[in-house]
Structures are given as structure tokens and as C-alpha cells.
Design a protein around this ligand. Structure first.
Ligand code: ZN
Length: 269
């Protein structure tokens, strides 16, 4: 199933829905960690984030080539940081460059995101993918000045500004993507490919990350895991390539689709 979220044009209600072969949309509901069609027809209006996470865990430097450009090296355990759930944005929504708490070094990171279906804790690695509700594209937008220079070595501030976590364009259930390590990911800025990777080159796989995050800790249903960015971020260009108003970012993963977000400045009232 490919699950989209939008406002139903007729009722204005936020719904999750899947497109039928005849082109109509049917609402779905989550029941015990699975999507079930509920028989109601809906009409797509304003696009909404395909998932509303209760927590966003992120793997830092999970591709060797990005670790190198970031000046980091391979770790024995995953490096985990968090983004605020309030930073989530929908496909098509404008990413806002912070102007109240200003940043002039905003960067992109194209990533595969994983949504957790059921609470899990202390599970073996070979059962980890049974806990996946679905996959989508993510953009781990990052204010490098707040992440690296002004963040006291903590990354969350620079990663959690409003609109800094676009997720979409839809949630694809695991029956359509049985192996998350066999996907091809691309990031384009204004149509130019800046990042290109196979998820096979992650240092810690999706199953590794779930097992690690669920170790002696409840990894809750509804949590999202961002699995890390490959090389090619703006910070690593010479000169650095910071986002500016008018830019268009696209994260594309084969089998999922394209997550597209324009860039503009924050409007400070
Ligand atoms: Zn990232």
C-alpha cells in the first residue's frame, strides 16, 4: 500500500488514503499496526505529512562517504540524535530558513525514513523489520551553524527548526519494499543531482538501527527513524552550498517517489 495524507476536500478533515486502480481515493485507518481500508471515498485537498511522528530518531554519519566529508570515522555503535516532531513538513511545503533565531548555513540531507508500527523493546535483529509500518523519503534539513558552532556539541537545536523535517511523498508499506537495503536514493537541488547512494552502503542497516534503539528502551509505535545521509551535502562543497530562497529540493527513492520542497525565508511577524 502507498499511503498519502491530505485534507479531504469535501469535509476538510485530515485523512490517510490510498489510490484505487480506478483513480479514486479510499480512506485507510491504522488498526493494530496495520492499515485497513475503511470503505469511505475521499478527495485530495491540501497535502499533509504522510506521518505525524511522536519521536524522530536520527542516525548520524551512517554512510562511510558522508562520515569522511564530515571529518568523522566509522563508529562501533550508531550515532543517534533527535529532531523535534514539530519540525515535520509535508511534501510540497516550503522549508523556511530561520530568521528570528537566524541561520545562514542551512543545508540538506536526503535520507530514507522508517516508521515504527508497534512498540518494540529488546528484540533480535532478525525480527526487527517485522516492526516496520512503512518507509518514506526524508530531508534532514540542518542549520550547520547551530549544529556545529553554537550548539554546544549537541545537534538537536540545529536540526529542529520548523519545517526542517520534510517527510513524504507517501508511506510505502513493507510488502512493497521487502528489503530496505536494496534502494537507490538521490537528492537534487534545483534539478542538479548532489547526492546519490544505494542503501546497501549504510554502515548500520535499518534492522541494526531498530534493534539498537529498542535495546533496553521502548521504541514506540509512531516513531520515525531517519537512517542517515550519504555524501554530497552542501557543507562539503567548496565553496559551501547553503540553501537560499527560491531553491527547490528533491529527495527521490526508487519504489517510494519524490519528496519535493521549495525553500524561502521564515516570515517573522
Ligand atoms: Zn541526517
Amino acid at each position: 500500500m502507498r499511503i498519502h495524507a491530505f485534507e479531504d476536500q469535501r469535509t476538510g478533515k485530515a485523512v490517510q488514503a490510498t489510490k484505487q486502480p480506478d483513480g479514486t481515493w479510499q480512506e485507510v485507518e491504522l488498526q493494530s499496526g496495520r492499515f485497513v481500508a475503511c470503505g469511505r471515498h475521499v478527495t485530495p485537498g491540501r497535502s499533509l505529512p504522510c506521518v505525524r511522528p511522536n519521536a524522530i530518531f536520527c542516525a548520524g554519519v551512517n554512510y562511510a562517504d558522508h562520515a569522511k566529508e564530515f571529518g568523522s570515522h566509522q563508529q562501533a555503535h550508531p550515532t543517534i540524535f533527535m529532531k523535534s516532531p514539530a519540525s515535520v513538513a509535508a511534501d510540497g511545503q516550503t522549508v523556511r530558513l530561520p530568521r528570528f533565531l537566524r541561520s545562514d548555513k542551512v543545508d540538506y540531507e536526503g535520507e530514507l525514513a522508517v516508521v515504527i508500527a508497534r512498540d518494540c523493546r529488546n528484540i533480535s535483529r532478525d525480527l526487527a523489520l517485522d516492526y516496520v509500518l512503512g518507509y518514506c523519503c526524508a530531508n534532514d534539513v540542518s542549520a550547520r551553524d547551530w549544529q556545529k558552532d553554537w550548539g554546544g556539541s549537541q545537534w538537536s537545536r540545529g536540526k529542529s527548526f520548523d519545517t526542517f523535517c520534510p517527510l513524504g511523498p507517501c508511506l510505502v508499506t513493507p510488502d512493497e519494499l521487502p528489503d530496505p537495503q536494496r534502494l537507490h536514493l538521490r537528492f537534487r537541488l534545483n534539478g542538479v543531482v548532489r547526492q546519490e547512494a544505494r542503501t546497501a552502503s549504510m554502515q548500520f542497516t535499518v534492522a541494526d538501527l531498530i534493534t539498537f534503539l529498542a535495546g533496553s528502551s521502548t521504541l514506540p509505535a509512531g516513531a520515525v527513524i531517519l537512517t542517515g545521509s550519504p555524501a554530497g551535502v552542501g557543507m562539503a562543497q567548496n565553496p559551501p552550498l547553503w540553501l537560499k530562497p527560491g531553491d527547490v529540493m528533491e529527495v527521490e527513492i526508487d519504489g517510494i517517489g519524490v519528496l519535493r520542497n521549495p525553500v524561502d525565508e521564515e516570515i517573522v511577524a
